[in-house]
Design a protein around this ligand. Structure first.
Ligand code: SF4
Length: 467
């Protein structure tokens, strides 16, 4: 059976203050805003997260984006071996700090504008970092900052100045865009060279215009490359132990992959130990259409055929390349606008229905016929909001709105996938069906057995006649 040890030895700290088992397993074990880490690490929620590995469901693991699932490197273990390894560490050994959004650029895969901290943001973060310091000192491996740029926030430099790891085999990984990783900054935390240091520099293009476009307008390629020269020198002098460069592969840079690999594998100036090529992932917040244009792994993307030709290039055989799923072609998906057309047709069907009923009576009757009288709904876009308002006028019981994370009270409570219990609703109605396959997969993993239908299916005459 497949096994992953992350929930047993690691934590990921996103900006919300929540604690997850890893960056790709969206399961809230607790919150540092009102709990201490020991309590979270030993909580029932942490045990529940581990259970999803032990029962083989990997129910909250993002199958696209987890590097072990994408690359097929999860070990296949016997029951005995799993028993031996499935023991939670006394406290987390690998800590990925990703709790700060401050960054000096605005990569289009990460955000839509430069993050401007609101009043009190920095103070709150400082309190959290202060509480984290002893935990980081005890860890075996710290990774930072997995969200913003650690060198753009002096709090992280101060944290590093005060970091005093207790373990001799301590490792630290710096994730950076390289723009500020110069001699002056390095001097502030170079005492850490006594430990094992990894540096990962994200540079998404070697062409000035593309780099500028992908970083949200920042003309900083030269600066980043100069610092990469400096890092390469530190690597040769063994002051850092492993130097990686990363490209997030997408529509505007995939053409450069062979040149990118040649540059970083063999150049005297910029030689790296590893070149990570990872396809763009739809992290939360990226709009459907933005992602669609970036995702050249979609067979329906206009550049997909050109991308397939790049995938045949010999550069992928370079031993330094770590291919993070670039050859895993994704599901064929039409542009999201096609859903707008469907939505328009659905609106017409509801509002000009051939039964002469009011829209709410027509919709309510269809829901009760196909789904039952107590439903959960999913949908966050404007169309979903409009449908939800209409549903509220019917006599269908709206038990909850399904969300990725937050559970909140309200006229219609929101329930996160993690806290969903199968008996909470007779059926789930997908008001926004764009990600239906993904949600269906997740809901079945949560043992939800009832129908999961979208509006198109609901209003389908054939379906109606079959009932
Ligand atoms: S998402 Fe991947 S790394 Fe994280 S727990 Fe699941 S299998 Fe492990």
């Amino acid at each position: 059976m497949k096994f992953c040890e992350r929930p047993f030895n690691s934590i990921y700290l996103p900006p919300s203050g929540e604690v997850w088992p890893c960056a790709w397993m969206h399961f809230v074990m607790g919150s540092l805003n009102d709990q201490d880490l020991d309590e979270i690490w030993n909580s029932d929620a942490a045990k529940a997260a581990r259970e999803t590995i032990l029962d083989g469901s990997f129910a909250f693991c993002r199958k696209t984006s987890c590097q072990f699932i994408e690359r097929g490197t999860l070990p296949d273990l016997s029951e005995e071996e799993i028993k031996e390894r499935a023991v939670a560490a006394e406290s987390p050994e690998l800590i990925t700090v990703a709790n700060d959004k401050i960054c000096n650029i605005a990569c289009t895969t990460c955000r839509t504008s430069l993050f401007c901290p609101e009043e009190g943001y920095r103070e709150k973060l400082d309190v959290m970092l202060e509480r984290l310091l002893p935990v980081l000192n005890r860890a075996k491996h710290v990774d930072l900052n997995g969200y913003g740029e650690f060198l753009a926030n002096p709090s992280f430099v101060k944290l590093l100045e005060r970091l005093r790891p207790e373990r001799e085999d301590f490792q630290i990984t710096f994730e950076t865009n390289g723009i500020l990783f110069d001699e002056e900054h390095w001097a502030k935390f170079s005492h850490l060279q006594d430990y094992y240091l990894n540096v990962v520099v994200t540079i998404n293009s070697l062409r000035r215009e593309t780099y500028q476009y992908l970083t949200g307008g920042f003309d900083k390629l030269e600066q980043a490359l100069n610092n990469l020269k400096f890092l390469s020198r530190l690597r040769r002098e063994n002051k850092i132990n492993w130097l990686m460069v990363t490209m997030v592969v997408q529509d505007s840079n995939f053409w450069e992959i062979p040149e990118y690999v040649r540059t970083f594998a063999h150049s005297e100036d910029y030689e790296a130990d590893q070149i990570i090529l990872k396809p763009v992932y739809n992290w939360y917040g990226m709009k459907h259409d933005t992602y669609w244009f970036k995702n050249i792994l979609n067979p329906l993307h206009p550049y997909h055929k050109a991308y397939l030709r790049i995938l045949e290039d010999d550069c992928w055989k370079e031993p330094k390349v770590l291919n993070w799923g670039c050859h895993n072609i994704r599901e064929a998906r039409l542009h999201p606008l096609s859903h707008e057309q469907i939505n328009n047709q659905l609106l017409l069907k509801i509002y000009e229905n051939d039964k002469g009923m009011s829209p709410e009576d027509y919709l309510g009757a269809a829901v009760k016929r196909v789904c039952g009288s107590r439903i959960g709904v999913y949908g966050e876009d404007e169309f979903s909001q409009a449908m939800l308002r209409l549903l509220q006028k019917t006599d269908v019981e709206l038990a909850f709105r399904l969300t990725r994370f937050k559970d909140e009270e309200g006229e219609i409570p929101t329930i996160s996938l993690q806290n969903l219990r199968p008996e909470m609703a007779d059926a789930i109605l997908m008001l926004d069906s764009y990600d239906q396959a993904h949600w269906t997969d997740n809901l079945r993993n949560r043992k939800f057995q009832g129908p999961i239908v979208n509006l198109e299916e609901l209003l389908n005459e054939d379906k109606e006649n079959k009932q």
